[in-house]
Design a protein around this ligand. Structure first.
Ligand code: FAD
Length: 309
């Protein structure tokens, strides 16, 4: 996952993290921004390490959520047969969210694109600058960003084809499909995909829950703002756990603070996604025009300061 954030230090607990500029090439234009590549497991570990022991339960799946008929709490049914009565339930369970279904949010939609993601290890160093490089050619988008001196994260996004579903669980076939997609790309890109760590490969048909088209960076911003809004209410009201009104106010503040930021990010992501998605040159021209009008600096969103916890 790559995110636009301020530079980090080792004290912040990221074991492996790439920080650098963003370089994108499309129609000979070059854009500069800042990117950081974070290994998801390292981020989860760093966050979990700062919490009291057993705050997080790993390996525990929620099967369904129901409203309690007596209290304002939600009742979660887990796969081990147990239940949890949640005073506050925050749905951060991804694209197949049980919580989103419980809240009756709009059903998921699929993009007509799919993505292969992987790591390539260079035991003697990759020698690449600390930059996210994106290359767009036709309807194929490829991106690379170093995580440290030896490890590079890369992705290839291309049009979804029904027959691609066949390669789902086979890393060799996934690699072959990625190599086929980047035919004609620079030799370094091809070599990177060819020498990838097969166990790191994943293949995803891209989905979103309309109208949101946001990524992991926005999810992290959400977490910071939500925690801040709830914490403020907890400080203001020591009995918050008995006073659901405090929680509601905290969530209202969070929605107010996040609304415009998410509208902007979703619009930009939707337009960019549609650009990779669309074959028609008229539609593509219209999208490029809209992007130029609405988002003069394509990496302006990176300069957003979410504030402190
Ligand atoms: C191919 C691809 C490339 C991407 N690249 C980027 C990128 O470069 N930058 C970026 O910012 N974003 C990127 N994203 C988007 C980013 O991964 C998501 O937006 C982000 O992970 C969403 O965060 P989340 O916490 O909502 O869900 P997730 O990261 O999906 O986390 C959900 C968690 O909930 C758990 N879970 C799910 N269901 C249950 C259940 N029933 N019970 C208990 N636990 C459950 C899952 O195991 C998982 O740990 C990419 C997405 C894809 C598919």
């Amino acid at each position: 996952m790559w995110v636009g954030l301020r530079p980090c230090s080792s004290q912040e607990g990221y074991k492996e993290c790439g920080v650098g500029k963003i370089r994108g090439a499309q129609n000979n234009r070059k854009w500069i921004g800042e990117a950081r590549c974070v290994k998801r497991n390292d981020l989860v570990e760093a966050l979990a390490d700062d919490l009291p022991p057993r705050t997080i339960r790993f390996g525990c799946q929620i099967l369904s959520v129901k409203s309690d008929t007596i209290t304002p709490f939600s009742i979660l049914h887990l796969n081990d047969g147990s239940t949890v009565r949640a005073k506050v339930l925050i749905g951060c369970d991804g694209a197949n969210s049980v919580v989103a279904d419980f809240l009756e949010l709009k059903p998921k939609k699929v993009f007509s694109s799919c993505a292969v993601r992987g790591y390539t290890n260079y035991p003697n160093g990759h020698g690449l600058p600390p930059e996210l490089v994106r290359l767009i050619r036709g309807t194929t988008l490829s991106g690379t960003v170093p995580i440290n001196d030896n490890l590079v994260f890369w992705f290839v996004v291309q049009k979804w084809n029904r027959k691609d579903a066949m390669v789902w669980n086979d890393p060799e076939l996934i690699r072959e499909m990625a190599l086929e997609a980047i035919k004609g790309f620079p030799a370094q890109e091809i070599e990177m995909v060819n020498n990838c760590d097969l166990t790191s490969l994943s293949f995803t048909h891209l989905r979103y829950r309309a109208p949101w088209h946001i990524g992991g960076s926005a999810a992290m911003e959400d977490a910071v703002v939500l925690a801040r809004c709830l914490a403020r209410k907890m400080q203001a009201n020591v009995n918050m756990y008995h006073d659901m009104k405090g929680v509601e106010e905290g969530i209202d503040e969070y929605v107010k603070e996040r609304r415009m930021r998410l509208v902007q990010l979703s619009t930009q992501t939707y337009l960019l996604g549609s650009l990779v998605d669309n074959w028609s040159s008229i539609v593509r021209f219209m999208i490029i025009l809209l992007l130029a009008l609405l988002f003069r600096n394509p990496f302006g969103h990176n300069r957003y300061n979410v504030g402190r916890l």
